[in-house]
Design a protein around this ligand. Structure first.
Ligand code: HPA
Length: 247
Protein backbone atom coordinates (compact mmCIF):
# COMPACT_ATOMS: atom_id res chain seq x y z
CA UNK A 1 0.00 0.00 0.00
CA UNK A 2 1.39 3.41 -0.89
CA UNK A 3 1.43 5.94 1.93
CA UNK A 4 -0.54 9.19 1.90
CA UNK A 5 1.65 11.98 0.59
CA UNK A 6 1.51 15.66 1.37
CA UNK A 7 2.99 18.30 -0.86
CA UNK A 8 4.03 21.47 0.91
CA UNK A 9 4.12 24.03 -1.86
CA UNK A 10 6.35 27.07 -1.66
CA UNK A 11 6.90 30.23 -3.68
CA UNK A 12 5.88 29.52 -7.28
CA UNK A 13 3.64 26.63 -6.24
CA UNK A 14 0.49 27.80 -4.49
CA UNK A 15 -1.45 25.15 -6.36
CA UNK A 16 0.12 22.41 -8.54
CA UNK A 17 -0.92 22.07 -12.15
CA UNK A 18 -3.01 18.91 -12.81
CA UNK A 19 -4.05 18.68 -9.14
CA UNK A 20 -7.74 17.74 -9.00
CA UNK A 21 -9.17 19.03 -5.74
CA UNK A 22 -11.87 16.87 -4.17
CA UNK A 23 -12.41 18.87 -1.02
CA UNK A 24 -10.71 21.34 1.23
CA UNK A 25 -10.67 21.62 4.97
CA UNK A 26 -9.71 24.35 7.37
CA UNK A 27 -8.24 23.07 10.62
CA UNK A 28 -7.16 24.12 14.05
CA UNK A 29 -4.25 22.51 15.88
CA UNK A 30 -2.96 22.90 19.46
CA UNK A 31 -0.46 25.34 17.88
CA UNK A 32 -2.97 27.41 15.90
CA UNK A 33 -4.04 27.35 12.29
CA UNK A 34 -1.92 26.07 9.40
CA UNK A 35 -1.00 28.48 6.60
CA UNK A 36 -4.09 27.58 4.54
CA UNK A 37 -6.88 25.02 4.19
CA UNK A 38 -5.65 21.51 3.45
CA UNK A 39 -6.58 20.58 -0.12
CA UNK A 40 -7.45 16.92 -0.63
CA UNK A 41 -7.40 15.52 -4.12
CA UNK A 42 -5.53 13.52 -6.72
CA UNK A 43 -2.38 14.33 -8.60
CA UNK A 44 -1.38 12.00 -11.44
CA UNK A 45 -3.88 9.43 -10.13
CA UNK A 46 -2.59 9.41 -6.53
CA UNK A 47 -4.24 10.76 -3.38
CA UNK A 48 -2.41 13.84 -2.22
CA UNK A 49 -2.93 16.45 0.48
CA UNK A 50 -1.67 19.86 -0.57
CA UNK A 51 -0.77 22.74 1.72
CA UNK A 52 0.41 26.17 0.53
CA UNK A 53 3.22 27.02 2.96
CA UNK A 54 2.93 30.79 2.48
CA UNK A 55 -0.88 30.74 2.46
CA UNK A 56 -3.25 31.14 -0.42
CA UNK A 57 -2.88 33.87 -1.60
CA UNK A 58 0.87 33.94 -0.92
CA UNK A 59 0.99 36.37 2.02
CA UNK A 60 2.87 34.75 4.94
CA UNK A 61 6.60 35.58 5.04
CA UNK A 62 9.03 32.76 5.93
CA UNK A 63 9.66 33.87 9.53
CA UNK A 64 5.92 34.07 10.28
CA UNK A 65 4.88 30.69 8.92
CA UNK A 66 3.31 28.54 11.63
CA UNK A 67 5.53 25.53 10.91
CA UNK A 68 4.27 23.64 13.95
CA UNK A 69 0.62 23.98 12.91
CA UNK A 70 1.43 23.03 9.31
CA UNK A 71 3.18 19.75 10.14
CA UNK A 72 0.73 18.90 12.92
CA UNK A 73 -2.26 19.39 10.57
CA UNK A 74 -0.66 17.10 7.98
CA UNK A 75 0.03 14.41 10.59
CA UNK A 76 -3.58 14.65 11.80
CA UNK A 77 -4.76 14.27 8.20
CA UNK A 78 -3.11 10.83 8.13
CA UNK A 79 -0.13 11.83 6.01
CA UNK A 80 2.98 9.63 6.30
CA UNK A 81 5.37 11.52 4.06
CA UNK A 82 5.84 15.15 3.18
CA UNK A 83 7.42 16.38 -0.02
CA UNK A 84 8.50 19.97 0.48
CA UNK A 85 8.88 22.16 -2.58
CA UNK A 86 11.11 25.15 -1.97
CA UNK A 87 12.44 28.01 -4.06
CA UNK A 88 16.12 28.62 -3.25
CA UNK A 89 19.16 30.60 -4.28
CA UNK A 90 22.16 28.78 -5.75
CA UNK A 91 25.60 29.15 -4.15
CA UNK A 92 27.96 26.53 -5.62
CA UNK A 93 28.60 26.13 -9.38
CA UNK A 94 26.22 23.17 -9.99
CA UNK A 95 23.29 25.10 -8.51
CA UNK A 96 22.42 27.50 -11.35
CA UNK A 97 18.99 29.00 -11.99
CA UNK A 98 16.20 26.47 -12.79
CA UNK A 99 18.19 23.52 -11.41
CA UNK A 100 16.30 21.09 -9.18
CA UNK A 101 18.29 19.73 -6.23
CA UNK A 102 17.42 17.06 -3.67
CA UNK A 103 19.55 18.20 -0.71
CA UNK A 104 20.94 15.69 1.77
CA UNK A 105 22.14 18.02 4.53
CA UNK A 106 21.20 21.34 6.05
CA UNK A 107 22.53 24.14 8.21
CA UNK A 108 20.09 26.23 10.24
CA UNK A 109 20.76 29.99 10.48
CA UNK A 110 17.25 30.91 11.63
CA UNK A 111 16.36 32.35 15.03
CA UNK A 112 13.27 33.07 17.07
CA UNK A 113 11.04 30.56 15.28
CA UNK A 114 8.85 28.16 17.27
CA UNK A 115 10.95 25.17 16.34
CA UNK A 116 9.96 22.18 18.48
CA UNK A 117 6.97 20.29 19.85
CA UNK A 118 9.06 19.20 22.79
CA UNK A 119 8.67 22.24 25.02
CA UNK A 120 5.38 21.62 26.84
CA UNK A 121 4.18 18.85 29.16
CA UNK A 122 7.42 16.91 28.94
CA UNK A 123 7.74 13.53 30.65
CA UNK A 124 11.35 13.47 29.53
CA UNK A 125 13.60 15.48 27.23
CA UNK A 126 13.69 14.09 23.70
CA UNK A 127 16.56 14.70 21.28
CA UNK A 128 15.66 13.52 17.79
CA UNK A 129 18.45 12.02 15.73
CA UNK A 130 19.16 14.40 12.83
CA UNK A 131 22.21 12.72 11.30
CA UNK A 132 20.19 12.42 8.10
CA UNK A 133 17.83 15.40 8.18
CA UNK A 134 15.98 14.22 5.06
CA UNK A 135 14.50 10.73 4.73
CA UNK A 136 17.05 8.76 2.72
CA UNK A 137 14.57 6.37 1.05
CA UNK A 138 12.40 9.28 -0.07
CA UNK A 139 15.36 11.15 -1.51
CA UNK A 140 16.42 8.01 -3.35
CA UNK A 141 12.96 7.47 -4.84
CA UNK A 142 12.90 11.09 -6.05
CA UNK A 143 16.30 10.67 -7.70
CA UNK A 144 15.17 7.46 -9.45
CA UNK A 145 11.91 9.10 -10.60
CA UNK A 146 13.86 12.06 -11.99
CA UNK A 147 16.05 9.70 -14.01
CA UNK A 148 12.98 7.95 -15.41
CA UNK A 149 11.36 11.29 -16.21
CA UNK A 150 14.51 12.51 -17.96
CA UNK A 151 14.69 15.45 -15.55
CA UNK A 152 18.23 16.39 -14.52
CA UNK A 153 18.52 16.84 -10.77
CA UNK A 154 21.47 17.44 -8.46
CA UNK A 155 21.32 14.45 -6.11
CA UNK A 156 22.56 16.06 -2.92
CA UNK A 157 23.71 19.34 -1.47
CA UNK A 158 23.67 21.34 1.73
CA UNK A 159 20.67 23.61 2.23
CA UNK A 160 21.37 26.67 4.38
CA UNK A 161 18.25 28.16 5.92
CA UNK A 162 18.33 31.92 6.56
CA UNK A 163 15.82 33.98 8.48
CA UNK A 164 14.58 36.29 5.73
CA UNK A 165 12.49 37.86 4.55
CA UNK A 166 15.31 39.91 3.06
CA UNK A 167 17.77 38.27 0.71
CA UNK A 168 21.37 37.88 1.85
CA UNK A 169 24.40 40.11 1.41
CA UNK A 170 27.25 38.81 -0.81
CA UNK A 171 29.40 38.52 2.35
CA UNK A 172 26.76 36.31 3.96
CA UNK A 173 26.62 34.11 0.87
CA UNK A 174 30.44 33.75 0.90
CA UNK A 175 30.32 32.84 4.59
CA UNK A 176 27.65 30.23 3.85
CA UNK A 177 29.79 28.85 1.04
CA UNK A 178 32.74 28.53 3.43
CA UNK A 179 30.40 26.75 5.84
CA UNK A 180 29.65 24.23 3.09
CA UNK A 181 26.23 25.42 1.89
CA UNK A 182 25.26 24.79 -1.74
CA UNK A 183 21.79 26.32 -1.55
CA UNK A 184 20.11 29.09 0.41
CA UNK A 185 16.44 29.26 1.31
CA UNK A 186 14.25 30.64 4.08
CA UNK A 187 11.71 27.91 4.87
CA UNK A 188 13.64 24.66 5.26
CA UNK A 189 13.86 24.98 9.05
CA UNK A 190 12.26 24.24 11.41
CA UNK A 191 10.07 22.39 8.90
CA UNK A 192 12.48 19.45 8.51
CA UNK A 193 13.09 18.90 12.22
CA UNK A 194 9.41 19.26 13.13
CA UNK A 195 8.60 16.57 10.54
CA UNK A 196 11.20 14.32 12.23
CA UNK A 197 9.74 15.05 15.67
CA UNK A 198 6.37 13.83 14.35
CA UNK A 199 8.03 10.82 12.69
CA UNK A 200 6.94 11.92 9.24
CA UNK A 201 9.09 11.08 6.23
CA UNK A 202 10.31 14.33 4.71
CA UNK A 203 12.38 15.38 1.70
CA UNK A 204 12.84 18.56 -0.30
CA UNK A 205 12.83 19.34 -3.99
CA UNK A 206 14.67 22.65 -4.08
CA UNK A 207 14.13 24.68 -7.25
CA UNK A 208 16.83 27.27 -7.86
CA UNK A 209 15.28 30.66 -8.57
CA UNK A 210 18.44 32.80 -8.72
CA UNK A 211 22.13 32.88 -7.95
CA UNK A 212 22.79 33.84 -4.34
CA UNK A 213 23.69 37.51 -3.78
CA UNK A 214 27.06 38.41 -5.30
CA UNK A 215 27.16 35.26 -7.46
CA UNK A 216 25.67 37.10 -10.43
CA UNK A 217 26.12 40.57 -11.88
CA UNK A 218 23.80 43.14 -10.37
CA UNK A 219 20.74 42.88 -8.18
CA UNK A 220 18.41 39.91 -7.86
CA UNK A 221 15.11 40.86 -9.50
CA UNK A 222 11.71 39.31 -8.87
CA UNK A 223 11.25 39.08 -12.67
CA UNK A 224 14.31 36.81 -12.99
CA UNK A 225 13.21 34.74 -10.01
CA UNK A 226 9.75 34.22 -11.50
CA UNK A 227 11.08 33.26 -14.96
CA UNK A 228 13.54 30.71 -13.53
CA UNK A 229 10.95 29.23 -11.21
CA UNK A 230 8.56 28.74 -14.11
CA UNK A 231 11.08 26.54 -15.93
CA UNK A 232 12.04 24.66 -12.75
CA UNK A 233 8.41 24.04 -11.79
CA UNK A 234 7.66 22.60 -15.26
CA UNK A 235 10.50 20.08 -14.75
CA UNK A 236 9.26 19.38 -11.24
CA UNK A 237 5.80 18.52 -12.62
CA UNK A 238 7.35 15.83 -14.86
CA UNK A 239 9.33 14.47 -11.92
CA UNK A 240 6.15 14.22 -9.78
CA UNK A 241 4.32 12.50 -12.61
CA UNK A 242 6.82 9.65 -12.30
CA UNK A 243 7.41 9.78 -8.56
CA UNK A 244 3.83 9.77 -7.25
CA UNK A 245 2.62 6.56 -8.91
CA UNK A 246 5.88 4.70 -8.37
CA UNK A 247 7.12 5.66 -4.93
N1 HPA B 1 18.07 33.52 -0.67
C1 HPA B 1 17.19 33.00 0.22
N2 HPA B 1 16.05 32.43 -0.14
C2 HPA B 1 15.76 32.38 -1.45
C3 HPA B 1 16.61 32.91 -2.42
C4 HPA B 1 17.84 33.51 -2.01
O1 HPA B 1 18.65 34.00 -2.81
N3 HPA B 1 16.02 32.70 -3.64
C5 HPA B 1 14.84 32.08 -3.38
N4 HPA B 1 14.68 31.87 -2.07
Amino acid sequence: MTSLTAILGGTGLTHPEHFEIEHQKGCETPFGKPSADLLYGTLFGQSVVFLARHGNPHVIPPHQINYRANLWALKEAGVQRVLAIAAVGGITPAMGPSVIAIPDQLIDYTYGRAHTYFDVDLDHVTHIDFTEPYTASMRQSLIVAAERAGVAVVAGGVYGCTQGPRLETPAEILKMERDGCDLVGMTGMPEASLARELELDYAVCAVVANWGAGKQQGAITMADIEANLKQGMADLGRLLQHWLPEA
